[in-house]
Design a protein around this ligand. Structure first.
Ligand code: SF4
Length: 432
């Protein structure tokens, strides 16, 4: 397998300050070259040179005459994904002849997961924790890779009991571990942990497991659930109802009358920033009103956790907001259909203009037809006449944190093929 080295450092100085132990040194990763795109790499390099502090969220214009493509300032592989891919492919290279398992999909990208499977890696669980391969089949000789989302303490224990060493093959993203650390800090101060996340998502299940080991914990999936939870805090709903309403989302022995008196909120790292803020603000206000607190003493009941979204989620969402200032005809968001961070980028774009969520250029069937995913209804739809017939068409493009840049270049090339464009990729790069 051909690998490449020397990718631009992904983590900002700011991150290095936040996590001195982890990011004191800028890091680059070995990622299979098939995931890279010469065009996108050149664009990202140029933008980074022009804007080292990452303050400029305007998109990059690829001026192709009758087709104008606006690429978001930030998109594609994040630190955690590159780290996970590097470890996984290195594990394959270093362990010929060994059986290699992944606890679940390593990241939410079908191409990367399929590539790993084609190298013999087997997935033990599906995205929702359903067992595909029994743990009884494992032996101490096997290798089990922990995905970027992390895993539960229960699964870690099970693997240890089977004699399987996971430390060397643990791809848990440091930004997920940061959430676990934050939970532990507030648990030590006797706050109950409210986790804003998708209850069935691997990362939220892992975070819940780590949080629940230290403090009573409950998951809220959205603002609606936060509002309902607040009604139990205020005593507006009968306590017994909580256990049915939040079934599968609270820790063992959770006592709704006792355990919501002091709370702190952490997040799944990939949630929508505005939702995360709104949920924390709402619960904070409820505690202020219920316990007649002021902003000075609110921390008696509400832990100031700030949000625990990761840098990539924030940057990619800010870049989409910057991109949406451009008056365009449509947006294309590229990424895995089960990718949480990608679906939030889609959500932002949908508010403004027709948006097509696709997982590869193959979904663009022709100049008139596109197969795209509706993440609200979880179905793929066929839309016709998705490209307007006008003199100049403007398309916004971004991708999720687990999407290879090569896929985005594929989408650009496919779109370009429908227009009388006579610029090559090399010419585009030279014009940057
Ligand atoms: S999206 Fe954030 S938390 Fe998830 S793997 Fe990437 S950097 Fe880590």
């Amino acid at each position: 397998m051909t690998n490449t080295r020397g990718i631009d450092p992904i983590v900002k100085d700011k991150d290095a300050k936040c996590f001195p132990g982890i990011f004191a040194v800028m890091k680059s990763f070995d990622v299979p070259i098939i995931y890279r795109s010469p065009l996108i790499t050149a664009i990202k390099k140029k933008r980074k040179e022009q804007d080292r502090m990452k303050k400029d969220f305007t998109p990059t214009l690829l001026d192709l005459g009758s087709l104008q493509i606006y690429l978001a300032r930030h998109f594609g592989f994040c630190y955690g994904v590159e780290n996970a891919i590097e470890i996984a492919f290195r594990t394959v290279e270093e362990n010929p002849g060994k059986r290699i398992f992944l606890l679940s999909e390593m990241i939410h990208n079908p191409q990367v997961n399929a590539d790993l499977q084609s190298h013999g890696v087997q997935f033990m669980q599906d995205n929702y924790g359903k067992q595909l391969i029994s743990f009884d089949e494992l032996t101490a000789d096997d290798i089990v890779i922990i995905p970027a989302f992390g895993t539960t303490l229960e699964l870690e224990k099970k693997l240890k009991e089977l004699g399987i060493q996971t430390e060397k093959y643990n791809t848990t993203c440091p930004f997920v571990e940061k959430v676990w650390n934050r939970s532990e800090q507030i648990a030590k101060k006797n706050y109950t942990i409210i986790i804003h996340g998708k209850p069935k998502h691997e990362e939220t299940r892992a975070t819940f497991s780590h949080a629940a080991a230290n403090a009573p914990s409950v998951v809220v999936k959205d603002m609606q659930q936060a509002i309902e939870l607040a009604k139990y805090i205020k005593g507006e709903k009968p306590a017994e109802q909580f256990y049915e309403e939040f079934k599968g989302q609270y820790s063992e022995n959770f006592d709704v009358t006792r355990d919501l008196e002091r709370i702190g909120v952490v997040n799944q790292t990939t949630m929508l920033a505005s939702d995360t803020q709104a949920i924390a603000d709402h619960l904070k206000q409820v505690m202020i009103e219920k316990y007649k607190l002021t902003t000075e003493n609110v921390d008696e009941r509400f832990a100031d956790t700030r949000d625990t979204l990761c840098y990539a989620t924030l940057e990619n969402q800010q870049a989409v907001s910057g991109m949406l200032k451009t008056d365009a005809d449509l947006a294309i968001v590229v990424g895995g259909y089960n990718s949480s961070n990608t679906s939030h980028l889609v959500e932002l774009c949908e508010e403004k203009l027709p948006t097509y969520f696709i997982n590869s250029e193959e979904k663009i069937l022709s100049a008139t037809e596109i197969l795209h995913f509706n993440f609200h209804t979880k179905e793929e739809l066929l839309t016709t006449s998705f490209l307007p017939t006008k003199k100049q068409v403007k398309v916004l493009i971004t991708s999720g944190a687990s999407c290879p840049d090569a896929l985005v270049e594929g989408v650009i090339n496919k779109l370009t093929s429908f227009f009388p464009v006579n610029k090559t990729t090399a010419e585009l790069i030279s014009k940057l």
